[in-house]
Design a binder for this molecule. Structure first.
Ligand code: SF4
Ligand code: SF4
Length: 198
């Protein structure tokens, strides 16, 4: 991954994004024709001021403020823009690289700190589980039926002939080893430190 240094005058933002480890091979950012197809299908653009076409334009204009702009945190990562772009660009991927760099530069950490509980669930269960802190909001959005579904999930699965949702202990241990060796746990620790400094 390229880490863009905030304040440097010389880097070419779009070129750096294209060369980033996280970018798909042949990411078409430099070919963007500003057609706006991405924005026309983007749910974030419908509900917020976020505009994927504009984000790509700002990257092409070498706008260094993009990394520190709160707007990059409004993308949902639904990949709809990715599927419609006529030149194989992916505003979604562009956004992921911008956010990653915001995190590397320290400005993005507070944005992801509330989600560190997802990381804990990978360690505890070996899979991503919705953090308890989000339950109240989810009940507000989906109603009490959602909570009933959560509470009765194991019974429902059994009724449908599905196995238990939790992984066997051995698999959780194997996953923990991967999380340790890949640096996931270390990174999670740093994000949590940032949360406690808020
Ligand atoms: S759909 Fe692709 S080419 Fe069109 S504005 Fe969006 S990123 Fe650019
Ligand atoms: S991935 Fe982000 S930019 Fe692309 S359509 Fe979804 S919300 Fe919009």
């Amino acid at each position: 991954m390229n880490t863009f240094k905030i304040g440097e005058d010389t880097f070419e933002l779009a070129e750096s994004i294209k060369k980033d480890l996280k970018a798909s091979k042949n990411l078409g950012i430099l070919k963007c024709i500003q057609c706006g197809m991405c924005t026309s299908v983007c749910p974030a653009a419908r509900h917020t001021n976020y505009d994927p076409r504009e984000i790509v334009k700002r990257a092409l204009d070498n706008d260094k403020n993009l990394i520190t702009d709160d707007i990059i945190w409004d993308c949902f990562y639904c990949y709809t823009c990715h599927s419609v772009c006529p030149v194989n660009n992916s505003p979604c991927e562009v956004n992921q690289i911008l956010r990653q760099n915001a995190i590397e530069n320290g400005v993005g950490k507070p944005k992801i700190a509330p989600f560190s509980a997802y990381g804990d669930s990978f360690i505890e269960f070996g899979l991503g589980a919705i953090p308890n802190d989000f339950f109240d909001d989810l009940i507000k959005d989906y109603g009490k039926e959602w909570l009933e579904l959560k509470v009765n999930l194991e019974d429902i699965r059994e009724e449908l002939g599905l196995g238990p949702i939790l992984l066997p202990e051995k698999d959780v241990n194997d996953i923990n080893e991967i999380l340790e060796k890949t640096g996931f746990k270390n990174r999670l620790k740093k994000i949590k430190q940032c949360k406690s400094e808020e």
